[in-house]
Design a protein around this ligand. Structure first.
Ligand code: GDP
Length: 385
């Protein structure tokens, strides 16, 4: 997992913490790349030796501002420094790369697509992106950066999972407090999804446990992805004392358990997605249901999968469970891959097109202004007057 820029670094840092807290094994190795020294200092969990400061000769550790063209140039020039950090991690043990970046800024926005291209050239493992879109309150330059970076990033990666800050911004909250919550949300969703593929066969009696190849197959084919999530806390199981523990298998009502899962699948899909979009027309999807093994009702998961087939109109819907024996909740994550009807993406494409036209207009205007200025200058300098 590689965090590029400030947002990217913070999300990956939080991911390592989450892995530790949940004894997860999702992050095999983590690297942070940035042009700003202070951002790298602010990280808590990514090992020091895996924090790569690039662009020192150009920006002297002060960052690239929100200049994503400079971010891309610096990444290109110093790609070998990132490669040196990658050489220190056991790449042969990873299933895939995930590059995380905020697309509205400079370093991550410009650098993440450059890094994706490099990784694809060097390694055979899939390269995924997690692109964070800026909130509309941030202003024009952030939207413009995101619009440009998005188009390049989606082309360079095998799949771009998108998180839209705009859909998740809460009013009346400090920016930093808001980001902490948002980052938790990102990590919870991706943690459930990717963690599912890390269950060892010896860990549990595996019935229909999600395999990492199923995640890879769902993401294969490219495009944009979004993730839905829903959770249902179970009641206090200890209440009934010892007796309830012995009888808990028998006590479970099959119909209730099936319904719990089908309703979780609906809530996850129709609730707030990381990138809001039309579910109909999704090319592929993966459904993961996590919780205590006796709650992972097969019929519920199968019905949830069928329901997703109807909603998306796709036949390529995978589903499976993720047994977490110590949990007292059942959670569901739905990965919708290859989504086609996304208003926010259309809006960004429009911004990119307008900006391009604008840039041409501005260039023509400034050429004219310069020509006029030079003509004026000629007049002024003429010794004949
Ligand atoms: P960079 O360091 O130049 O790559 O830029 P940043 O990562 O600081 O900012 C890029 C964009 O990421 C901003 O415009 C915000 O939309 C977003 N952002 C910054 N920090 C966070 C964060 O902690 N979490 C999330 N979700 N988004 C962030």
């Amino acid at each position: 997992m590689i965090g590029f820029g400030q947002a990217g670094g913070k999300v990956v840092d939080r991911f390592i913490e989450f892995d530790r807290q949940t004894r997860g094994k999702t992050v095999r190795a983590a690297i942070a790349v940035n042009t700003a020294k202070s951002d790298l200092h602010g990280l808590e969990h990514i090992p020091q030796e895996n924090r790569v400061l690039i662009g020192q000769t150009r920006v002297k550790g002060h960052g690239v501002g929100a200049d994503n063209e400079l971010g891309a140039e610096v990444a290109q020039e110093d790609i070998e420094e990132v490669q040196a950090a990658l050489d220190g991690v056991p790449v042969h043990e990873v299933d895939a790369f995930l590059i995380v970046a905020g697309l509205g800024g400079g370093s991550g926005s410009g650098g993440a697509p450059v890094l994706a291209k490099h990784l694809k050239r060097i390694y055979s493992e899939p390269v995924y992106g997690l692109g964070i879109l800026p909130s509309s309150e941030e202003g024009g330059i952030y939207t413009l950066n995101a619009a440009r970076s998005f188009q390049t990033f989606v082309r360079e990666v095998d799949n771009l999972i998108v998180f839209d800050n705009d859909a998740w911004r809460a009013t009346g909250e400090s920016v930093e407090g808001g980001y902490a919550k948002i980052n938790d949300e990102i990590v919870r969703r991706l943690g459930l999804l990717f963690g599912a593929g890390e269950v060892d066969e010896g860990d549990v009696v595996a019935e229909s446990v999600v395999d990492s190849s199923e995640i890879i197959n769902t993401l294969a084919g490219g495009g944009i992805s979004t993730i839905g999530y829903a959770v249902d806390q179970l009641g206090d199981q200890k209440k009934g004392g010892l007796l309830s523990r012995f009888s808990k298998e028998a006590d479970l009502d099959e119909v209730d358990e099936t319904n719990r899962i089908t309703s979780l699948v609906r809530k996850a899909t129709l609730g707030r997605l990381t990138l809001p979009c039309e579910v109909q027309g999704t090319e592929r999807a993966l459904l993961v249901v996590a919780g205590p093994p006796n709650r992972l009702n097969r019929k519920g998961i199968e019905r949830g999968r069928k329901w997703l087939e109807e909603q998306t109109g796709s036949m390529e819907i995978r589903g499976g469970d993720y047994p977490l024996p110590k949990e007292n909740a059942v959670a569901c994550a739905v990965l919708l891959s290859g989504v086609n009807n996304v208003p926010r993406v259309k809006e960004l494409q429009q911004v990119a097109i307008e900006a391009l036209e604008n840039i041409e207009d501005i260039r023509e205007q400034s050429d004219r202004n310069l020509a006029e200025l030079l003509a004026d200058g000629d007049e002024e300098l003429s010794p004949l007057f």
